[in-house]
Write a protein that binds this ligand. Sequence first.
Ligand SMILES: *Cc1c(COP(=O)(O)O)cnc(C)c1O
Length: 234
Amino acid sequence: MDRDGPIRDRLLRLLDRIDRAAARAGRRREDVRLIAASKAQPVERLIEAREAGVTAFGENYVQEAEAKVPALPGVEWHFIGRLQRNKAGKAVALFAWIDTVDSIRLLRDVARRAGEAGRVVPVLVEVNLAGEAGKAGVPPEGLPELLAAAAGLPGVRVRGLLAMPPMAADPEESRPWFARLRELLVTHAGRGGPAGALTELSMGMSHDFETAIEEGATMVRIGTALFGSRMGRR
Ligand SMILES: *Cc1c(COP(=O)(O)O)cnc(C)c1O
């Protein structure tokens, strides 16, 4: 199972690679957060990662998170999957951040549930950069309308953007997409409403996070490079 060594060793290697990518880009290391993408990993692996120093986890399924969240108090949970509108209430109860909002209707549901819970939920807007069919995310042209809607919803605060560029084996192919997401953030930075500017860029996974950091990622979502393979599961 631990073909590549324990999680602690992989984490150290990963943090070192993050450090070096940040340095190459002249960026501060502390401006890049590691979000451990822990879908399909048993809770024992998350606890191992937590003990090694991981402080933020991303989960894709509300139901899976319901079993994991109580076992890891004190960590920052990010929802990074596709959120069904009827699960917005549960997601607000479980997650600190919702990183994949991609419609005004979903935004309203999250805001309403957040209001009921007495929270202001930080969210990211997922962008479908390449207009890929069947993929989540708002088209870049849809951002102004969604951000304008968010500005009128006290239960949510849009903190930035998330994207998954088209699949490519070579991370260099993702670079222009990462740069594009950063441009969109710059363009819309002032549209966070009275609560302030958009500053977060969630981009980069195990195979391309260094390129994403070079292009400005402030959050990288990393699964296999930290936990090892999901062994065929999702
Ligand atoms: C699984 C997943 C990741 C991590 O993918 P790896 O290639 O295993 O690092 C990142 N983001 C999302 C949305 C995911 O579902």
